[in-house]
Design a protein around this ligand. Sequence first.
Ligand SMILES: Cc1ncc(COP(=O)(O)O)c(C=O)c1O
Length: 434
Amino acid sequence: MHNSMTFPTPLSTQLDPHQLRIDFPILQTTAQGGMPLVYLDNGASTQRPQMVLDSMNDCYSRYYSNVHRGIHSLSETSTHAFEQARQTLADFIHAASAKEVIFTAGTTAGINTVARSWGDQNLRSGDMIVLTMAEHHANIVPWQQLATRTGCELVFLPIDRQGHVDAEQMDLLWQRHAERIKLFAFTAVSNVLGTINPVQRWVQRAHQIDAIALVDAAQAAPHMTIDIQAWDADFVVFSGHKMCGPTGIGILYGREALLEAMPPFLGGGAMIRSVTTQGFTSADLPEKFEAGTPPIVEAIGLATAANYLSQVGLPAIHAHEQQLTQLAHELLTQIPGLRLLGPEEPTEKGGIVSFVIAGLHPHDISQWLDMDGIAVRAGHHCAMPLHQSLEISASTRASFYLYNTAEEIEKLATGVQRLQTKVTGGGRRRRSAT
Ligand SMILES: Cc1ncc(COP(=O)(O)O)c(C=O)c1O
């Protein structure tokens, strides 16, 4: 511990991360060099508890078969488990019907599906799509591609110094272009700034002008209760691997009437009712959007992950992460030259803390922390336009989850402080982040 750093009294949390860590095999391992692993890269991907691994192994070992195809009993068993997983995910997000829950490969695949299907069908030259400047590339590039195909226009709402969307700019845009705005696509929680956006209010604003609202919930679904019906959003997307589930799977929620009206995006097996040499007719929802063999075992693993998170309690997870964020803010702001990105107030954030330090490149910070077994992310975090608007090329991001502890946050702060002291004390010169 660096002697100039003041540590606040330990936080009391509603959940016990030390107890939860036991569920995660990888957290029992050590990092390179035998250091305890301090995993603070949960915004990129989380770890999995044993019960998720077991449920997937169980499927492969005992009842795996392709789904929806065979008449044999193995196929019936795996189809039942797969559809049960869909229902679990529908319940997890409080969807009205499991038909509205499409299994995709992840958030990126979900947004691309909407852009290709709903976008190509509905948008024309002169129409406008509104995004925020804090979007992940997954919620930018598919719309840029759509703009190239259709001639529609993208508008980015600027972010103020406190990490929030500039409300005046939003009002202005709404007043001037109510007729032209057809889609408002935004993240529920920024993967860089950590800002929690007012989803329900923004969805209402989109609906007031008859626009569609798409919510990127990649950084929200794993960390807080999601109530799709309260949000009233038209499309919601998220990824399994960011919520203790497997890679290669995610959810696209779509309002039933919209999904019914949309053409299928991918064509092939499973998404058809009938095929002739002349053409095809589409299957009903949700299969219409699930061409080919779906991620069967991944769906079962994701449902187990959703059950695990529900058992721990999403409100408790959210509260725990905000406490870790508060501690990180308190400790990191004691470091000379360190600037936090996003809201100063931890209650406005999820468990994401990004920062820059004058004279220190994020890659060097990350490499240095790695020597202490601490995994953080350095770079643009797939949000280059946001970094450009902040006039920085990169940042360091620590992102928390249910199994992170106050001691780990202290290790992070101590490690950064030691590096900062070493550099300002005449250590080797480093590249600048700005
Ligand atoms: C806010 C946000 N949107 C989209 C994505 C893309 O998710 P995936 O790579 O799982 O498709 C991420 C991943 O970091 C994210 O944080």
